[in-house]
Write a new protein. Sequence first.
Lengths: 484, 418, 338
Amino acid sequence: MSDTHAQTVPFVRDTMLPPAEPPIKEAGAMRWLRENLFSGPVNTILTILGILIVWFLVSHFWDWFAHSVWNAASLSECRQIIAETWGEGARGACWAVIRERWNQYVYGFYPPALYWRPTMAFGLLFVALAPVLFSEAPGIRRIVLGLTTVLTLWLMVALGAPAAWLVFAAIVLVGALAISERHVSWLLVFSVLYPLMGVWFLWGGSAWGPIMVLVGPVLGWIAWRVMHPLSGMVAVIAALVIPVLWWVGYAGEAARDAESIVSFAIPAVASDRFGGFLLSITIGISGIALSLPLGIVLALARRSDMFLVKSLAVIFIEFIRGVPLIALLFVASLLLNYFLPPGTNFDIILRVIIMVTLFAAAYMAEVIRGGLAALPKGQYEAADALGLDYWKAQRLIVLPQALKISIPGIVSTFIGMFKDTTLVTFVGLYDPLKSMSDAVRASTSWKGIYWEPYIFVGFIFFLICFAMSRYSMYLERRLARDHR
Amino acid sequence: MTDMSAPGNPPFRPSMLIYDRRYRSMTFQVIVFILVMALAWWLVNNTIRNLAALGKDFNFGFLWQRAGYDIPQTPIPYTSDDTHFRAAMVGLLNTLIVSILGCIAATFVGIIAGVARLSNNWLIARLMTVYVEAFRNVPLLLWILIVFAIFTEVMPPPNAFRGDDPAASMILFDHVALTNRYTAIPTLAMTNDPGSLDLGARITISWATIAFVVVLIGGWIVRRMIGAWAQRVQDQTGSRPTTWWMSLAVMTVPSLLLIWFFGLHFEAPELRGFNFAGGLNVQNGLVALWLALTLYTGAFIAEIVRAGILAVSRGQSEAAFALGLRPGRTMNLVILPQALRVIIPPLISQYLNLTKNSSLAIAVGYMDIKGTLGGTTLNQTGRELEAILLMMGVYLVLSLIISAGMNIFNSRVKLKER
Amino acid sequence: MKTSIFLGTVAAATLMAGAGMADTLADVKARGELNCGVNTGLVGFAAPDANGNWTGFDVDFCKAVAAAVLGDATKVKYVPTTGQTRFTALSSGEVDLLARNSTWTFSRDTDLKLDFIGVNYYDGQGFMVRKDLGVTSAKELDGATVCIQTGTTTELNLADYFKANNMAYQPVNIDSNAEGEQQYMAGACDAYTTDASGLAATRAAFADPENHIILPEIISKEPLGPAVRHGDNNWGDIVRWTLYALIAAEEYGVTSANIGELTTSSQNPEVQRLLGVTDDLGAMIGLDKEWAKRAIMARGNYGEIFAANIGEQTPIGLARGLNAQWTQGGLMYAMPFR
């Protein structure tokens, strides 16, 4: 670009040539195809193989899906419609069974007049989850809470919920939406109360039961406050012992007395009315909520310096992880009554929840242990240097970071557990997959229908689990920015 | 520092059990120990009281009573006159069969799918993503039921193979019949049967099998020796002699000789009466369970493999290329050894999961240990406490063996860190 | 479920033991509900409909017992039990009464510590095959594949029968009747074996019942009856005599329709005792005078229950056969109410 050069050479182009069109092989769809599908002989073979597989699947299942019938009262009617519409011998999917038995699949044998209760409990669940799951993602939180509010209220109206409960749900949902804008952590209070509330909504009965259960920790806290100035040791013991004494000795009676004075009850629904996705979700959510704290305790115990505590944790975790869930469920249904005092007998769903919780907790402990191990040693040392005691260090420094690292593992444990709730079919509970489909098939009108119920149930499970896993990946990316 | 602490030990006060770090962990452990013991005593005591109230006892004598029921697929000879113990053994072997087959197949499927997901072939990568997501997010029980239903609903019954113009025909040169009850496959038969070694308890091993095992192990040892010799030559002269044909010969020729000697051949199944006979009828319960377990676990292994390969930083393969290694050798010598380190620990837990998930055999009527000991035996004898505890013990031992074995393997492939 | 489930857990998880198992009657009365173990789904005997309402032959017996004990036939909690969980559910106290077409056998009565209180259905094990198989007798089933429910007495009978007749077979183990139907319909087994009543019920529900036959051989005795826990004789008496009350009511022509009229008009002393008009038999088993009357009024007498659930007018279409009254050549014979 020197001046001299420009003067000595007779011709210099002083404008840029317009860029030429790329060769047709290097542009647009052709290029994409060449690079992504036919870049070499191996790739070409693979592509052809892939196309063949897709073609095989589509050619076998397309007409079945295309010939879907949504309105019929029985399988024979359904087959007749298919034969009439698409000719004799045509194959078709009979989704009418899903339409007909939709309520049974979703609510099991729950009394139809009370369908709004599980619906409301499910809606409020998202409020309880908001401060835990959505605190870092305000955009998603607004969408989720907004959708929940609209859907829950709409469904409750459609299902004929009483006006008082509609108002209650509306206040909670809209209130949560408003509060979460400023103080998401305030909603944690709701999260703590939700388990008792959810149990009451689902099983019904007197509200005094859950209230009296709640009184236990309150009494413990009061005892701690009163005793603390006198002696720390006594205060801690009192705070632990008094709630237990209350629950064992007085809570039941107090609830009964309170109920007889001021009745505050909604119709009770027995456990044998639970079934379908209501059962799966109830077991899944309870298991998740209970297994996380238990898993944290187990993980800390396994990393503890105390030999005995550590060995007990190792034995427990390895025992549970070494045994199939089915065996544990059979323990719940067949053996638990042997292990409890003669005459005690409690609900099979509760027994199953206990076993599922123990099972998930062992896996959870291993996931969290991984998170704890992945945390740089400097963090522990920094906590020590600040003079924090063990629990403060764990609570303020170690666990928040370790849990963040473990989020993918925790979510996949949840997904695994939710999928495993289908196994309750083997202890006589009506899970959506096998027992409920068998029950549907037992009726004369739907005898002999196999694929549609399986595909439907599988699809719902896929939606829930896939959404969970995608959200955990999103969360992982979002949280990743604040370390390393 | 020394003058900070009081000379001698301070007098012991009870409150030090809580406030003094030296004693606190002791106190805590003692309390935990007492609580755990109390819990254990409580459980055992309750069990004893409950058993007494029901008039039952706790003994494993039922294992030596006549079982009285038949099992469709028995790896060792078994009739309804045998004991419950033998039935449990049959169940255990069936569990092992499906678990081992499942682990092997799932590893293959997982590696292929995991690598294919990283392929730069758009279609293949997408297809594999669909496969992995579909299987990971749907309950295993559903896949087992669906695969089993495909077998029973889509495959023809054995009598469809009958007649001059049968509705169904055997595949693989009339050697394999896919029916809705079982897959009839040929058995190996010998014209010069050398007889069998009796191990007692009606378990026999054919001498031919022993001969093959001996020959194969011998061939492997000789091959190792050839390798060592080649190494020695290389160390001394600098050039490695070509040995592959020797290794190949050592590994195959003796086996081929044995095949010729025993007159080993396939005996195809044929339709006799209601069912195929002459071959081996592999129950559909086993095939369906095996397929479903393979595909389900394979999806998880695919993710593990993918993560393992991605965990090896790009610089490693670039460095290998810079050294002039061909892609195949790069994979074998650089990427895989590093990826394996990441892959093996989660792979162990997938194998464990597969073994435990094989207990879902109950859904397809495959009689594994859950089906025999924890199913029919439990039911016919009413010994639920003993049967379930025993079954859990068996699974526990299996799990411990698998994790121990895989941990040894893991420590061998693990890169030795400085 | 009077208080909440949580209180139940807390109570159960701590040392608080409930009342002893010995007095089932008191437990049931205190609970206000009868826990009845039933089949998870066998149409005609016990099956839930789309709304979870249970119907069937066994279910009606549960209702009769609930009516006799609690005065309300609806106060029953049905606990679906599988072949595997049924006896444990009873012995662990999860159910008070097991009405789940279970066969009365020696070892179950003694070793499993159950008490069978009677027989409400005399059954026997049979085989169902497709007509086009060309089989007319079970003796021709050598080498056949047979679908069989695991954990039942039929599994043992099947093994014994083929062994005794020196025949071979391949069992296909299934978990429930629904699964058995699926396998049989798909041709995965040549024959389906279970209680003859179950076969009839299954066959009746097919789209083409005429293409399936039930072979004439009945290879076992299957007396099906309700069972209670061993050791609580009073409770056993209540359940036993409720069954006899239903059978006796049929014998004496007492139906749910005419029972009110007969209470005042009947001159038969046995009927008067049964309905609590004269003697107070109920007091002897800890119940009131009208217990049997309520039990009969719940779903009718034995014959009515039979006809409504599995009789010839229903899709299942079972003939009375052995289950006719002894006066009509059957085996149903109620002990005297005296």
